[in-house]
Design a protein around this ligand. Structure first.
Ligand SMILES: Cc1cc2nc3c(=O)[nH]c(=O)nc-3n(C[C@H](O)[C@H](O)[C@H](O)COP(=O)(O)OP(=O)(O)OC[C@H]3O[C@@H](n4cnc5c(N)ncnc54)[C@H](O)[C@@H]3O)c2cc1C
Length: 651
């Protein structure tokens, strides 16, 4: 009779009652942790399973549906989905010969890249992609409901489009362009103003080319333009056009200028030649501008941006050496100084390993005190002191140093990659009512993203501080919905729809539980340095991608138990390879209010807790193998697929 229940107190003493969670709809939604973790709620499980089934175009459409930057995300997304992937979290079992524990998450980002390379902006012109997304071509397998799910963009239901009202967007980063994408779909004429010669914000002038090819950026942006989005590059608001005039001429203004100013550290000797912001350096390289670097370079910072800077310097050095024989003798040294020790560094492990391979020297656990300059004013070195701790007990940034443990690193250039700041100077003309809670950071309504100035919205890094590209995408889409409501007066309401479908022919791939995570193919260090622009990470081949996808535990599928059929034979418990099922007496359970309600609804008010039993299921361990279904002689267990999506509906 029992529904599945999660055993929350795994290590409870036998005599103490076991506390269980009675699963509700929300519980089932939470099981699909990859989809929940993605800021735009991409159904990662859905596209990974589609890849496992060889249905690659469908996989692409699932990935692209809610995310106008799917191809770029396939290359560089910070992938919160992978961090939450349950395959990487299954507790160790006693018998590791059957199931690999601890295991690693599915390579979701690399799988996204795999399908985008065949069906995304990399492979098809904008018209074809938009046609496929709109469902004008019979490219998708599945029923009509599923099509609607794949093709929903921004709004469902009795939707009244905007009437071509113009919306100004300042900044063409992922937040601005995602907002423009959705505003175009909502019936607006979005006009994007970008000060740089190229669109896409930090993706184009921050993320180095060896991680993200420039042509791919242009192609993904072209799909957004094909929706009718106007992008004006070389146009700085505050210089070429005033903020005031935008407010006068447009129905709404969205500010998505990011945080592209490097944050200074305020060190003695910092101001002057030879010290640059890391993001300024990356921008200069991306745009082919020259920035005079010396031959002995120190990068300050321990995160991914610091690695982007250091690895780009290494590539510049390799490039210069190849180009100019005279430079060969002055081979550059690149050192990366971080407050954090190696174990604490926030940079991704792959960055640290590949950085090591490329010759970056780490000076971990040290903080800068001062930059020394010679009499000519050139950088001569940097003084550093040992860092005793970076964070306090509450995990707040609060570095402490050993003032006695100092060293001087000789160097001629310092690149600082220790955070970014904003530049809102354009507000001086016409933006006095955009209040700031701290200089550079506008006050905003967290629900609508509207600032204190009516009709002026913010999104992206400017709204929530520097985060991931996919956070900027989510925030841009949210701003688009708010602008729609503000301009048209039609309200949009979120509606989460859940479906539960019994799977009578559920089968898993043979041996899927023992497959190890694929190692992502990458260029050798020597090749990387010979060809500084070459993309380091390679795409998975079809066989590797299908195999990797088959590792997905398909968390949305779950065994459900029909207590009226169960004969308590214990077969399901015996056969379960991860020991996630238990049969216990009802009396051993903590009679919480919700459990009592469930028991009474099934067995009546006078249920005998001594004489009845429950099957408990530990969700963390279940690998959806369905062996319990096969074993059950009473046909009391079935596999059920849960899916959810949130639609935005007009009233
Ligand atoms: C070096 C670097 C590497 C990164 N790598 C990754 C990664 O691998 N994965 C990941 O998920 N995230 C990464 N990020 C984070 C990600 O790039 C950002 O979170 C994201 O770009 C923020 O988007 P946004 O649209 O808010 O701002 P931005 O991308 O910063 O775009 C803002 C745009 O506004 C323009 N602008 C500013 N002022 C004006 C003005 N007055 N007039 C007109 N235009 C203006 C700017 O030129 C810029 O193009 C990285 C960030 C950096 C700095």
């Amino acid at each position: 009779m029992w529904e599945t229940a999660k055993m929350a107190l795994e290590k409870a003493l036998p005599e103490s009652p076991i506390t269980v969670e009675v699963p509700r709809a929300e519980h089932h939604k939470g099981l699909i942790s990859c989809q929940v973790a993605c800021p735009v709620h991409t159904d990662a499980r859905g596209y990974v399973r589609a890849i496992a089934e060889g249905d690659f175009e469908r996989a692409y459409l699932i990935a692209r549906g809610p995310n106008p930057f799917a191809s770029i995300c396939g290359r560089v997304c910070g992938a919160p989905c992978e961090l939450s992937c349950r395959r990487g979290k299954i507790p160790r079992t006693d018998d590791d010969s059957y199931f690999i524990t601890p295991d690693r998450p599915i390579a979701i980002r690399a799988l996204k890249r795999f399908v985008c390379e065949s069906y995304g902006a990399e492979a098809r012109p904008s018209t074809e992609i938009l046609a496929a997304l709109r469902g004008q071509e019979p490219t998708v397998a599945g029923d009509a409901e599923e099509m609607a799910f794949l093709l929903r963009h921004t709004v469902q239901g009795s939707f009244t489009p905007a009437k071509d009202e113009r919306v100004a967007i300042i900044g063409s980063g992922p937040a601005g362009l995602s907002a423009a994408h959705d505003l175009a779909l909502l019936g607006f004429k979005p006009v994007v103003f970008e000060l740089e010669p190229v669109a896409a914000g930090m993706l184009a002038v921050g993320v180095p080319e060896y991680r993200l090819p420039r042509e791919l950026i242009q192609r993904e942006v072209a799909v957004i333009e094909a929706l009718g989005v106007e992008i004006h590059c070389h146009t700085r608001i505050g210089r070429d056009i005033s903020f005031k005039s935008l407010r006068e001429q447009f129905a709404a203004v969205l500010i998505t200028v990011g945080a592209k100013r490097p944050r200074a550290l305020g060190l003695p000797g910092e101001a002057g030649p030879g010290v640059y912001g890391g993001v300024d350096f990356l921008r200069a390289v991306a745009l082919g501008e020259s920035l005079p670097l010396g031959s002995d370079i120190v990068v300050i910072g321990g995160g991914n941006v610091a690695y982007d800077v250091a690895r780009t310097v290494v590539r510049q050095a390799a490039y210069d050496a190849a180009r100019t024989a005279a430079r060969l003798s002055g081979t550059r040294r690149v050192r990366l100084v971080s407050l954090e020790t190696l174990e604490e560094m926030p940079a991704d492990t792959v960055e640290i390993i590949e950085g090591d391979e490329e010759g970056i020297e780490r000076v971990s656990g040290w903080g800068p005190i001062a930059i020394q300059r010679n009499q000519a004013g050139q950088v001569a070195g940097i003084e550093i002191k040992r860092c005793l701790r970076v964070y306090d007990e509450q995990r707040r940034f609060s570095p402490q140093f050993d003032d006695q443990d100092l060293q001087l690193l000789d160097c001629d250039t310092v690149l600082i990659a220790a955070g970014q700041a904003t530049d809102l100077s354009f507000l001086e003309d016409g933006g006095a009512d955009v209040e700031q809670f701290r200089p550079g950071w506008p006050k905003l309504d967290p629900v609508t993203l509207m600032t204190t100035a009516k009709g002026v919205f913010v999104a992206g890094d400017l709204a929530h501080g520097p985060r991931l590209l996919i956070d900027a995408v989510a925030s841009g889409k949210k701003a688009a919905r708010s602008i729609y409501q503000h301009v048209t007066g039609h309200m949009l309401h979120p509606e989460t729809l859940m479906s539960f479908v019994r799977l009578d022919h559920y089968r898993r791939e043979r041996g899927y539980e023992r497959i190890r995570r694929v190692e992502l193919p990458a260029l050798e260090a020597e090749e990387r340095l010979k060809n500084p622009q070459a993309t380091v990470e390679k795409c998975l081949g079809e066989e590797a991608a299908v195999r990797e996808a088959s590792r997905c535990l398909d968390c949305g599928v779950t065994p459900v138990f029909d207590g009226s059929r169960c004969i308590l034979c214990g077969g399901c418990v015996d056969v379960c390879p991860t020991l996630c099922l238990k049969i216990v007496s009802l009396s051993s359970l903590n009679p919480s209010q919700e459990l009592t309600a469930l028991v009474q609804s099934q067995l009546g008010e006078s249920a005998d807790w001594q004489d009845n039993s429950a099957i408990l299921k530990d969700e963390d361990r279940c690998i959806r193998c369905a062996l319990c279904v096969d074993r059950c002689p009473a046909d009391a267990i079935a596999m059920e697929r849960v899916t959810f999506r949130t639609d935005w509906r007009t009233a």
